[in-house]
Design a protein around this ligand. Structure first.
Ligand code: SAH
Ligand code: SF4
Ligand code: F3S
Length: 470
């Protein structure tokens, strides 16, 4: 029997008029994006269906991020905004801010019915049983789990490119970071389960997979074949129909030479590695407890640059970590010049409750802002120059979407650059290019993307048993 979620009329929003509907909004990293796909699979297996806006949904879910204060504030302001409008709807807070704040969320937002952390999603069916029977204040906050969140059904957002979780949690102890508290201890999935998922995806038309984990390269197969991360990468890259394999995020401390050899020897492994450095200064790296020095990091970079293929690098940087001096900051700037990253995600240090760095003497906010602007400007110039050097080249792009406003297709190169392109000779006038691999001539560039013209497009991919692209 399909039960009906009845919502009272509330100012602005009508009652939910479809049985068992949910809306989910996702904040944070790719791991959260993929967790939402797992939650969607779980809910659809229970007879729920997803709706694209909160107005008509019977259940509102927020899959939250806690990495910086701003990320968390966004969640709380979203919840505050729901107070009046959501009467009669079930509200659930999932993910890292749920784990990090726990039952305190009910105090701040009493209209929330349940909170569930990302290490407790296996408990979601039980939680939903209780919520559906009218209980509120329900929690799923256990962190002491050896389980991985292997669900029988995942409903992915895109039909050609898929995330696969290979390792969950984090055992590193970086002085600034909440992730070990929000996602629990590190645990790898068995290689057989990962391979089965990859094979199934390939059979259903997926050609690109991204292996996910907070320290993805710390992967250790817990089952008898005992595969290394490099072996797992290589095996996935050899599966028929898989054309692109990516992985994120790598920890420099565990980045071994066999990963570079695997990329070098297998063209399906993308020539792009995200390798967060956080700082170019040894004393800051030590205070952050990053487990590597500037030199050790640069040796990993040299290893990647010595590969037969050009492997592009991107990174994460925190400015204004407690105790960071002007000189430390300059060492980070010089590291940018030395590595010449294809892209950099940079952040002002944000003190997080429960982490040791939050207790240290802080760099003034204004100073953090200045350093961030300076760093971003330095990197912008590097990207401008490096992207301009690609003009005239032919690149292969996997098309992700259409930008109607500019009449362009938007794709990504193997090196993870965004490539916007037009079809000047109307090679494929009525064709939906999403999910196809296109050869594109680069004609212009900016700091964050390339512009090009279509040279040739492959024939339409076949997606089996999947929803229409949206
Ligand atoms: N596991 C990955 C990154 C996880 S979080 C790694 O070890 O590299 C993504 C990025 O957010 C981090 O790389 C870091 O640059 C940034 N970050 C994490 N905690 C932060 C904090 N308290 N303040 C500012 N940035 C932070
Ligand atoms: Fe956080 Fe460090 Fe773990 Fe990355 S490695 S998730 S920065 S504790
Ligand atoms: Fe945020 Fe949690 Fe990811 S804190 S960055 S959503 S692991």
């Amino acid at each position: 029997m399909v039960s009906r979620v009845v919502a009272e009329e509330a100012p602005g929003w009508p009652a939910a008029d479809v049985p068992k509907t949910f809306y989910i909004e996702t904040f944070g990293c790719q791991m959260n994006v993929h967790d939402s796909e797992k939650v969607r699979g779980l809910l659809e297996a229970r007879g729920y269906s997803q709706v694209p806006s909160p107005e008509k949904a019977g259940m509102l879910l927020y899959n939250t991020c806690s990495i910086r204060d701003k990320a968390e504030q966004k969640v709380f302001s979203r919840l505050a905004g729901l107070k009046r409008r959501s009467s009669g709807k079930t509200i659930g807070v999932l993910g890292c801010a749920a784990q990090h704040n726990g039952e305190a969320i009910f105090k701040q937002a009493p209209h929330v019915d349940f909170v569930c952390g990302s290490a407790s999603y296996n408990a979601l069916p039980t939680i939903l049983d209780r919520v559906e029977s009218g209980e509120s204040g329900v929690t799923g906050l256990h962190l002491d789990t050896n389980e991985t969140f292997d669900t029988p059904r995942i409903e992915r957002d895109r039909p050609y490119s898929a995330f696969i979780t290979i390792i969950e949690g984090c055992d590193k102890n970086c002085a600034y970071c909440v992730v070990p508290f929000t996602r629990g201890p590190e645990r790898s999935r068995e290689s057989g389960a990962v391979m089965a998922e990859a094979r199934d995806l390939a059979g259903r038309g997926y050609t690109e997979v991204t292996l996910l984990g907070q320290t993805v390269n710390s992967y250790r197969d817990p089952s008898p074949p005992g595969w290394s991360f490099a072996r797992l990468l290589d095996e996935i890259g050899r599966l028929p129909r898989i054309r692109r394999v990516r992985f994120t995020t790598s920890h420099p401390g565990d980045f071994s030479a066999d990963i570079v050899s695997a990329i070098d020897g297998n063209p399906s492994l993308c020539d792009w590695v995200h390798l967060p450095v956080q700082s170019g200064s040894n004393s800051v790296l030590r205070a952050m407890r990053r487990t590597y020095s500037r030199d050790q990091y640069l040796r990993r970079v040299a290893m990647l640059k010595a590969a037969g293929r050009t492997i592009e690098l991107s990174t994460d940087i925190i400015v204004g970590f407690p105790g960071e001096t002007e000189r430390d900051f300059e060492e980070t700037l010089s590291l940018l010049d030395e590595v010449e990253y294809a892209s950099v995600y940079s952040f002002k240090y944000s003190p997080r409750k429960g982490t040791s760095a939050a207790e240290m003497p802080q760099v003034p906010e204004q100073e953090k802002g200045r350093r961030l602007r300076e760093l971003q400007e330095r990197q912008r110039r590097i990207q401008l120059r490096r992207n301009a050097a690609l003009i005239g080249r032919e690149e292969e792009a996997l098309v992700e979407r259409r930008n109607r406003k500019y009449g362009q297709w938007v794709g990504r190169t193997s090196q993870n650059r965004v490539l916007n392109f037009t079809d000047p000779s109307a090679l494929a006038p009525d064709r939906d290019l999403r999910g196809t691999y296109c050869q594109v001539r680069v004609t212009a560039s900016g700091p964050n993307s390339l512009v090009g013209e279509l040279v040739s497009a492959e024939s339409q991919p076949a997606f089996h048993g999947l929803h229409v692209l949206n």
